[in-house]
Design a protein around this ligand. Structure first.
Ligand code: GDP
Ligand code: MG
Length: 214
């Protein structure tokens, strides 16, 4: 029998990246379970968590991957990025170094992820106003220059957490639904379509579909 959890139109893998301690695991738990944890436990735990949202009457199931603390050792494997269509690149607005390191994370994405991955720069801990060390305008300008979307969030007080995930999933959906070939609906698997962005794809400008329903 169909399990409701498995009824979706699209499945998107989204990865969380950024320095240790910026709040990645809490953004994930806030979005998928509405939970927040004050203690900084090194993440032992789930590889990923899922939550479904509706966009344009379609059910989009987000499979959001957390690093499990590997970022501390700069040892994120390429398997982590494989098939990811979105990335939330998180820094802490109260810790300048985590923002400075965004450049390194972008390089990491360029080296390991698909070139068409949708990236959102996320300034987390916006509740720490009195400790802010990264001006909003500076991060916004940087994001624009790099072609990333940008948002500030607080996993602690929930500000913009829904909006951040909703925006990136909608952005991915717009790209993927535009790329879909007219006949791909013919032999969809019952669980819906899983979209990945293939590593080998035609040069940009080609009109062919570079995401891949099977
Ligand atoms: P990760 O290493 O990136 O996964 O970060 P964690 O989610 O483990 O969070 C690291 C620490 O920052 C923990 O003590 C959290 O309670 C805290 N934290 C996470 N998000 C926020 C936030 O939005 N505001 C504040 N003030 N603290 C946060
Ligand atoms: Mg973590």
């Amino acid at each position: 029998m169909g399990n409701r959890e498995d009824e979706y139109d699209y499945l998107f893998k989204v990865v969380l990246i950024g320095d240790s301690g910026v709040g990645k695991s809490n953004l994930l738990s806030r979005f998928t379970r509405n939970e927040f944890n004050l203690e900084s436990k090194s993440t032992i735990g789930v590889e990923f968590a899922t939550r479904s949202i509706e966009v344009d009457g379609k059910t989009i199931k987000a499979q959001i991957w957390d690093t499990a603390g590997q970022e501390r050792y700069r040892a994120i494997t390429s398997a982590y990025y494989r098939g990811a269509v979105g990335a939330l690149l998180v820094y802490d607005i109260a810790k300048l170094l985590t923002y400075t390191n965004v450049e390194r994370w972008l390089k990491e994405l360029r080296d390991h992820a698909d070139q068409n991955i949708v990236i959102m720069l996320v300034g987390n801990k916006s509740d720490l106003r009195h400790l802010r060390s990264v001006p909003t305008e500076e991060a916004k300008a940087f994001a624009e220059k790099e072609g990333l979307s940008f948002i500030e969030t607080s996993a602690l007080d929930s500000t913009n957490v829904e909006t951040a995930f909703h925006n990136i999933l909608t952005e991915i959906y717009r790209i993927v639904s535009r790329q879909q070939l007219p006949d791909t609906g013919a032999n969809e698997p019952p669980g819906g379509k899983t979209f990945t962005v293939e590593p080998t794809e035609p040069p940009s400008g080609s009109s062919s579909n570079n995401c891949c329903a099977r």
